[in-house]
Design a protein around this ligand. Sequence first.
Ligand code: PLP
Length: 286
Amino acid sequence: MPRIAYVNGRYVAHAEASVHIEDRGYQFADGVYEVCEVARGYIVDMKRHLDRLDRSLRELSIAWPMNRAAMEIVILEVIRRNRVKNGLVYLQVTRGVASRDFLFPAGTRPSVVVTARKVDPAAAAKRAENGIKVITVPENRWDRVDIKSVGLLPNVLAKQKASEAGAQEAWFIDADGTVKEGGSSNAWIVTGDGALVTRPAEHGILRGITRTTLLDVAAKLGLRVEERGFTVAEAKAAREAFISSATTLAMPVVAIDGAPIANGHPGSVVLSLRQAFFDIAEKRPA
Ligand code: PLP
């Protein structure tokens, strides 16, 4: 079955889907995106993802390419046309097509692309059983990583470096030695006395939707949460470490820079968060 993409008002074959060479997303990374999980035939946390899209667009003074209700219909239609029951939806909005000039173009319509793809849930479960390895890299991104912009070159380089080191994620480390977040995920640890620790999202990291929902899950499970910075040394000595994102959910980290976390196996707290996540997240039939 051919994959279908939505591009600026049309549903087109994925293989032939394209945007103009002077799209500002292509030339300036002048755009934003969202990735939502689809699980068991439901789109997960769509409201929170669209709320964050709204914020990202406002921060960059990019207009919505259509109203929010229409965007929801397009997202669900792309999932339907691609018959995705478990997988991901990707949605990108850029400032649009204009003759190359740094200043915002007048009267340009934003460009929008929505794609969806299937992911094998058994493969994701297997990854969670084994856990992942992370490396650490110095923070080298701009100050506005709270905006989910498509300008991801430092993240690309960091994740490539992780892959070449046999790891699956790179954690950006602040000048003060604290962990900021992963190249495409938020970072967490579980302390010796069972508290969940993750960096506050007010500044310097993306406020992950999975992170927000995991805070709800933690409250439901009666787990103590400390929103504060933690150092690499504290993470290496932690009882558990994990990452969170819409593509990985709560995913155990079993080694940091080659040093095993605890006994080098996924911990029970992250696995219980992972298990309870779907029940507590917002679900819309897709
Ligand atoms: N931090 C960064 C830099 C990301 O790119 C992502 C997701 O892509 C996240 C955190 C996690 O966000 P979410 O849980 O909304 O997927």
